[in-house]
Design a protein around this ligand. Structure first.
Ligand SMILES: Cc1cc2nc3c(=O)[nH]c(=O)nc-3n(C[C@H](O)[C@H](O)[C@H](O)COP(=O)(O)OP(=O)(O)OC[C@H]3O[C@@H](n4cnc5c(N)ncnc54)[C@H](O)[C@@H]3O)c2cc1C
Length: 345
């Protein structure tokens, strides 16, 4: 009989992140699929009652909590101690957790302490003939594998964005408090602040409805024989501000900075989509000034609805990579779109 533990931590504002609700969905899927299994919840944070209440209508039979000032912020030693204590109290055989940066660095270590195993980048869970199974991608998202494990406890870190968030409602949860006495040597690290780009400079937005991709065409000579990089920058920035889309790029464009050419100042290699870049998940994607070559479009695997704007009617997007290709000048199209979006606001 499996005891499935959903392990989550609170956010800085005391709430439960969407990724935790997605992991809860995966935990519920396993619980429903495995006859005789039970679902329990474990929470870590400064105060965990509000978060437990927010999901109290889920079919979990027990709630475990490690709470207090020492557990408010991400720190390996205290997070690992909290997770270990909850797993032991719950006698968990399967631990499902969101792959947040906080859990991703701690839970494989906790699996080691408990003699278990951990799998990361999990994108699906299922029943494989009465046994729990997970799926994940290999070789730059080209091959999907389904695997099972006999070792317990089994830690399953679910990739954010891969599941639909669980909508279970609020109520009143009775939390079993798990005491963790942290020795001083587990409190040496202190988070003194968070340095992050300003909201407008933060162009990678995993939760955005739209992935907006820029290609090298934005910096190439246009019909008048000139490049128009400042104008390109203005159009792209304008669109991102109006649409709140996430910004992706082709490799050619992000590489140009290394080659000393005029580039868009807000792009870095973190924006690169493709075989040697990232494979984000967004419901829709719009590519601009990009040729749509295979090493780039392989990064679009999880984008459901794809559109592209390119001057070249024979580009890769026209060869089955996009649902719709607009053979048009992206400068003109994006200028018009920005105008329409601004008018709507
Ligand atoms: C091992 C390997 C790994 C790679 N990994 C990646 C990867 O992870 N990601 C990636 O992106 N690439 C990757 N590449 C490179 C990839 O093959 C392409 O070279 C790259 O994606 C091309 O970028 P691009 O389409 O932006 O540029 P280009 O090929 O230069 O295309 C520019 C496009 O812009 C169009 N254009 C120009 N002006 C306009 C305008 N005004 N309006 C509309 N369209 C316009 C042109 O018609 C052209 O189609 C990899 C290559 C290799 C060999």
């Amino acid at each position: 009989m499996e005891t499935i533990l959903l392990l989550a931590h609170t956010e800085a504002d005391g709430s439960l992140a969407k990724s935790a609700r997605e992991a809860l969905r995966a935990a519920r899927t396993l619980n429903q699929a495995l006859a005789g299994s039970s679902l329990v919840v474990g929470l870590v944070g400064e105060n965990v009652q509000a978060v437990a209440d927010s999901i109290a209508a889920c079919p979990a039979t027990k709630y475990f909590g490690v709470a207090g000032k020492d557990f408010a912020q991400s720190r390996y030693a205290s997070d690992a101690a909290a997770a270990e204590a909850i797993c032991k109290s719950a006698q968990a055989t399967i631990v499902v957790a969101p792959a947040t940066s906080r859990w991703a660095r701690v839970l494989p270590g906790v699996a080691q302490r408990l003699g278990g195993r951990a799998d990361t980048h999990v994108t699906g869970v299922a029943d494989a003939g009465g046994k729990p199974a997970i799926s994940r991608w290999y070789y730059r998202q080209r091959m999907e594998a389904t695997l099972t494990r006999a070792q317990r406890p089994w830690f399953i870190l679910v990739d954010p964005g891969s599941q639909t968030a669980c909508e279970c409602g609020a109520g009143t949860a009775k939390i079993e408090t798990v005491a963790v006495n942290l020795p001083d040597n587990c409190k040496r690290t202190t988070v003194v602040g968070i340095r992050e780009p300003k909201a407008d400079a933060q162009t990678i937005r995993p939760d955005a409805e739209l992935l907006f991709v820029t290609g090298a065409g934005w910096t190439k000579k246009q019909a008048d024989g000139q490049t128009h990089v400042p104008e390109a920058e203005k159009l792209i920035r304008g669109f991102l501000q109006l649409s709140r889309a996430s910004l992706g790029s082709s490799k050619s464009l992000v590489d140009q900075s290394g080659e000393g050419q005029a580039v868009l100042s807000f792009l870095s290699h973190l924006n690169q989509i493709g075989q040697t870049g990232s494979t984000p998940r967004h419901p829709k994607g719009l590519s601009t000034c990009c040729h749509g070559e295979e090493p780039h479009t392989v990064g679009w695997r999880f984008i459901n609805e794809r559109r592209a704007i390119s001057l070249d009617p024979n580009c890769g997007w026209a060869r089955g990579k996009a649902d719709v290709l607009y053979v048009a000048d992206a400068f003109a199209v994006m200028g018009k779109i920005n105008e329409l979006l601004a008018a709507r606001k």
